[in-house]
Design a protein around this ligand. Structure first.
Ligand code: GDP
Length: 482
């Protein structure tokens, strides 16, 4: 990092520190890979806080100490605002989003929202009304996987990526890309069409790794899968090449790729870590663990590796890359398995135990200490209710909800209106069995519509149903509201 960048960061930290004295703030990062539930989580969390939802385990609210929660102007003018109102309207079927309730548009880029919580502190000489500003920062988890790139040259990254691409399980998916790499000579004249062809084919390979649950982790660049506003820009139009020269000619394809790789690091990766990540105080990492469990052992192993990669970004051992660049100040990380409403409540603790085992293994691989880590199984919005249904002679614990139009179960095709009940299956008691198992779990899932929004007599929306959102809030915010 340049000295000027260092200096301006120091100034900014000083400014935010001084600002924090006047008005304490907590920057809460919400991340997770695409479709893990970030958008739904933030929308539900803000709504629950603003409407005083049923949150018995969230102490400040349960003790009646929260006076008011409101939205306020965010501190960063150049970061898009998280469109809370639009997402709530979509979830509840209101306003311009149309009358049909539906899941909101997922996270595609970074966004931010400021909540101001007025609360009565528990005791002490400061007793009275205090204020905490919570800046929620939503960003794609894919971006965290770019951290190791800061330490690597183009040649190193190319070599490592191609080595991984040539072996199982990625090899079959990398076939087209590897053929293309073999057909180009890094010394040939740089041409935009070739660069684009290579980067498109490489991106398709990365995407298929994710779609096939082969590898969510360890294959950056993260922006290739989640480009934010940078889609199509030259800094994203590069790819790894084979047999590289030590000193390529300036006009060669290799030199062009190298320049773009360096530009990606300088103009995209580094600013994200410096301007956003390094300023977070708390972090929740959302995980769609059920989908991985259902997809089988390689997806679970991959999830574990992805968590390890993510944890490396939070653990700032003295030798860690981040610590050399800037000191992240995150002191708490919560790994949360989302969409727990797809399981009967008798399985929620088991899901939590599985995530705990995953996080423990991931933590043992991520060097260094730092942030304290906890886990949770939650549903930010509960789309199902619990019922018992007769199967043969026994009653089994089922979940019921309205499946999305077009969902199927056996020979049934759902119309998006009728309710259906299903027995989703049970998670094993022993978390280790899941992590070391050789077969996918036989779980049954349907994608359900969001629940029908209920209203008070005066027309105001009632808080949305959830599972364990209160415990999540207590871990993330509780100590700052005492
Ligand atoms: P993002 O990409 O991380 O922002 O993911 P979203 O928040 O958009 O969630 C992706 C999808 O997961 C949604 O469209 C829903 O179908 C589903 N989903 C997310 N959260 C929940 C939840 O709490 N319960 C249920 N049943 N489904 C959820």
């Amino acid at each position: 990092m340049s000295i000027t960048a260092d200096f301006s960061l120091a100034l900014r930290s000083l400014a935010s520190y001084a600002g924090g004295l006047v008005n304490p703030t907590l920057r809460l990062g919400v991340t997770g890979l695409s479709r893990s539930g970030k958008t739904v989580f933030i929308t539900a969390l803000v709504h629950a806080l603003m409407e005083g939802g049923r949150l018995p385990m969230f102490e400040a609210l349960a003790e009646g100490r929260i006076r008011k929660v409101s939205l306020a102007a965010q501190p960063d003018d150049v970061v898009p605002r998280f469109p809370y109102e639009d997402h709530l309207a979509a979830l509840t079927g209101q306003g311009s989003a149309g009358k049909e309730r539906h899941w909101p548009q997922s996270t595609r880029r970074i966004s931010e929202l400021r909540l101001v919580i007025e609360y009565e502190s528990k005791a002490g000489w400061l007793a009275g009304i205090s204020t905490l500003a919570v800046d929620i920062v939503d960003y794609p988890g894919e971006w965290l996987l770019d951290l190791p790139l800061l330490d690597k040259s183009y040649a190193q990254w190319s070599r490592e990526t191609l080595t991984l691409a040539r072996v199982v399980p990625r090899a079959p998916l990398a076939k087209d890309y590897l053929a293309l790499v073999n057909a180009v000579d890094p010394a040939q004249l740089a041409e935009e069409t070739t660069a684009r062809q290579l980067s498109e084919s490489f991106t398709a390979f990365l995407r298929s790794c994710r779609d096939e649950h082969v590898s969510l982790s360890s294959l950056p660049p993260g922006r290739f899968l989640m480009p934010g506003d940078l889609e199509g820009s030259p800094a994203l139009t590069f790819a790894p090449l084979a047999t590289l020269a030590d000193a390529p000619a300036a006009a060669s394809l290799q030199a062009m790729m190298e320049r773009r790789y360096e530009a990606y690091k300088t103009h995209i990766v580094r600013p994200f870590f410096r301007d956003h990540f390094a300023r977070l105080d708390r972090q929740i990492v959302l995980i769609d663990a059920l989908t991985a469990l259902n997809a089988g052992p390689s997806a679970v192993a991959d999830l574990e590796a992805a968590l390890g990669d993510v944890l490396k970004a939070f653990r700032t051992g003295r030798n860690s890359l981040l610590a050399q660049l800037f000191a992240p100040r995150i002191d708490r990380v919560l790994f949360a398995a989302t969409k727990a409403d797809h399981l009967h409540h008798t399985n929620h603790d088991r899901l939590e135990a599985i995530v705990r085992a995953l996080a423990e293994r991931a933590a043992s691989r991520a060097e260094g200490a730092g942030a304290s880590v906890d886990v949770a199984a939650l549903a930010a919005v509960r789309a199902t209710r619990e019922v018992s249904a007769k199967q043969g002679r026994v009653m089994v614990p089922c979940i019921a909800g309205v499946p999305l139009k077009g969902e199927t179960l056996g020979t049934d095709i759902f119309d998006g209106i009728a309710e259906a009940a299903l027995f989703p299956g049970d998670l094993p008691d022993d978390a280790a069995m899941v992590l070391d198992g050789e077969k996918p779990l036989a779980l049954r899932f349907l994608r359900f519509r969001p629940p029908v929004a209920e209203r008070h007599a005066d027309g105001r929306l009632k808080p949305l149903p959830h599972i364990r959102l209160d415990r999540t809030l207590e871990f993330l915010l509780g100590d700052r509201l005492r």
